[in-house]
Design a protein around this ligand. Structure first.
Ligand code: NCD
Length: 306
């Protein structure tokens, strides 16, 4: 059965569905532009972004247009939509239902995409709900791992940085928990991953380690997932400043990594990955960006063509 809404990672957390989507993403990635199918040709999709975005919004908008869809877009919904006048998110969503056949939403509140889905007759895709989830980032990250390493089972994976607030980490951990991986969690005490994810890992029988030192992680893993400290989630700027440089990936650290390891990041980067690392073949974060376009095309096709 096709998916309707993608508001949580749970809706994607099915190994069969994931392998179908990843295989389709790979097919689309190998296709010239003029051969793309046009399953969205009679449809209008709205991208509604209340928080800043470069990659997520542009890749969704490229994907929608590649698949023949019509696009309407609210880029700075936090300041430019009727929310500013006091309109509720529910009313905004009901309004967009009058114009669009699907809505891709990014919003600062955890749970906002699910709230939107409750009042929407058209599919809602969560493109990030605050410090909650970012399901399609999880999908594109999984696809990137599969594509670069040729497998997911058996890998040792490290998540580094703001594990408390990174919706990308939350989403990828939830998907990786379906596979036979070993997880290394490297974060300052204030930014540890929420307990609910540790519970999930235990339930799924995943071996995980929580560390604070690079040396416990750097030479051991096949994939290193770097995240920035999420400044916008801090109440007090001093708390952010005190912690923002906790984990910076330097050239020296990269030298200690396995020769065939990969370095990923959802981006944007602030200073947590030294720029000189970009030319190392193990640094694949810009390939990851590219992969996102095809993973999102595969997902849109799955939702709207089924
Ligand atoms: C991330 C996000 O918005 O959650 N970026 C992205 O979508 N690729 C990561 C971040 O903002 O740090």
């Amino acid at each position: 059965m096709g998916l309707k809404h993608v508001t949580t990672v749970e809706q994607l957390a099915d190994k069969k569905l994931l392998s179908t989507l990843m295989a389709r993403a790979a097919e689309l990635q190998a296709m010239p532009l003029h051969e793309y199918p046009k399953p969205l040709q009679d449809l209008t999709i709205c991208t509604l972004f209340f928080e800043p975005s470069t990659r997520t919004r542009l890749s969704f908008e490229t994907a929608i247009q590649n698949l023949g869809g019509h696009l309407i877009s609210v880029e700075n919904a936090g300041t430019s939509s009727s929310g500013v006048k006091g309109e509720t998110l529910e009313d905004t969503i009901k309004t967009i239902n009058c114009y669009a056949d699907g809505i891709v939403i990014r919003h600062p509140e955890v749970g906002s995409a699910e709230e939107a889905a409750k009042v929407s007759d058209v599919p809602i895709i969560n493109a990030g709900d605050g410090a909650g989830l970012h399901p399609t980032q999880g999908l594109l990250d999984l696809y990137t791992i599969q594509k670069s390493k040729g497998k997911i089972d058996g890998l040792k994976v490290a998540m580094v940085g703001d594990l408390l607030n990174s919706r990308c980490v939350h989403s990828l951990v939830e998907l990786l928990a379906l596979y036979k991986i070993e997880l290394f969690l490297l974060a300052p005490p204030e930014l540890k991953i929420p307990e609910s994810y540790l519970k999930l890992l235990k339930k799924e029988g995943i071996t995980y380690h929580e560390y604070e030192k690079w040396e416990d992680v750097i030479g051991k893993v096949d994939m290193l997932y770097m995240t920035r400290v999420q400044k916008e989630r801090f109440k007090f700027i001093e708390d952010y400043r005190a912690i923002k440089d906790s984990y910076i990936l330097t050239l020296d650290l990269v030298k200690q990594m396995k020769k065939d390891a990969i370095i990923m990041s959802p981006l944007p980067r602030v200073n947590e990955i030294e720029f000189s690392i970009d030319s190392d073949p193990r640094a694949i974060y810009f390939q990851e960006v590219r992969n996102g376009l095809y993973a999102r095309m595969a997902l849109l096709e799955h939702i709207f063509a089924n």
